[in-house]
Structure formats: structure tokens, C-alpha cells
Design a protein around this ligand. Structure first.
Ligand code: HEM
Length: 132
């Protein structure tokens, strides 16, 4: 299976189930909860969902409404360190479990999220024992 075939496989409903299962966990999360806009969680959910739909072969709503994704730039105002990245992945894995996609879809999505979440990191932990 190719990445761009995922939309045809799981449809609008698949992305909706995945991303709502992800965002359900945000408000109660000690690391991510405070980072996300509490007054506009629905909007945040829609932005991530629309981006992924376009990225995986569906309608390009995100790009039409918000322009080039420039994901790293859009995350620059949030301090994303290893702990934040790992927590984000943990919540996304829980959401992938809940969505229960077929194995090839699950595998491709998880691989994509792992790599992209790592590329979003823009902070290192404080190096208190640095030699230099
Ligand atoms: C696979 C990894 C990720 C993808 C594909 C992704 C994607 C996105 C997208 C498309 C947006 C909306 C940007 C906009 O249009 O303004 C967004 C917002 C955001 N992301 Fe990420 N992100 C990822 C990882 C992370 C990580 C690791 C963190 C923090 C640890 C994070 C925190 C946030 C926050 C706080 C927002 C603002 C919510 C909003 O108002 O939309 N993201 N992300």
C-alpha cells in the first residue's frame, strides 16, 4: 500500500475517528494540555485532521485554507522537546489503537507520525552535565 491510498482505505470517517480519539486525551494531559488552545480545541482538531486528509490522498482543504503547511515553522512557538514529542506519540498510538485500522494502514501512519514528530522537535533538554 502507498501512503496516498490511505484516504481511499479509511475515508473521512477514519481520520475523524483517529483525530477525535487523539484530541480527547489532550485536555487531561499534563504536558500537552497546557500547550493547546483550550478555547479552540475543536479548531485544532480540524486543522490536524484536514492536514492529514490532504497528506494521505484526500481533499486538500488544509492547504486551500491555510496555505503551505510549513509544519516546523508553525510549531516554532511551542517548545517541543523529547518528552513532549514522546507524549504526543504516546497519545497518537492510543488513538491508533482506538481507531483499529487494518495492519498496513496502521503501520504506514505510525511510521509517518514517528518520523514527523521527531522532526518537530525544536528544544533539547538542558544539558546540566555538558562538558563544554
Ligand atoms: C506527526 C507529528 C505532527 C503533525 C503532523 C502535526 C501537525 C500539526 C498541524 C497541521 C497543526 C496546525 C497548524 C496550523 O495550521 O496552525 C498543528 C498544531 C499544533 N501542534 Fe502539531 N503536529 C505534530 C506534532 C506535534 C508535537 C510533537 C507537538 C507537541 C509536543 C505538537 C503541538 C502542536 C500544538 C500545540 C499545535 C497548536 C494547535 C492548533 O491550534 O492547531 N504537534 N500540528
Amino acid at each position: 500500500m502507498d501512503e496516498v491510498e490511505i484516504y481511499a482505505a479509511i475515508g473521512e470517517d477514519g481520520f475523524k475517528r483517529l483525530i477525535s480519539a487523539f484530541y480527547r486525551q489532550i485536555p487531561g494531559d499534563a504536558i500537552l494540555g497546557p500547550m493547546y488552545p483550550q478555547a479552540d480545541l475543536k479548531g485544532a482538531e480540524e486543522r490536524l485532521r484536514d492536514f492529514l486528509v490532504g497528506r494521505f490522498g484526500g481533499p486538500m482543504r488544509y492547504v486551500e485554507q491555510r496555505g503551505h503547511p510549513r509544519l516546523r515553522m508553525r510549531h516554532a512557538r511551542f517548545p517541543v522537546d523529547q518528552a513532549g514529542r514522546d507524549r504526543w506519540m504516546q497519545l497518537m498510538r492510543t488513538a491508533l489503537d482506538a481507531a483499529a485500522f487494518d495492519a498496513p494502514v496502521r503501520h504506514l501512519l505510525e511510521q509517518y507520525f514517528e518520523q514527523t514528530a521527531t522532526s518537530m522537535m525544536n528544544r533539547r533538554p538542558v544539558e546540566s552535565e555538558s562538558q563544554s
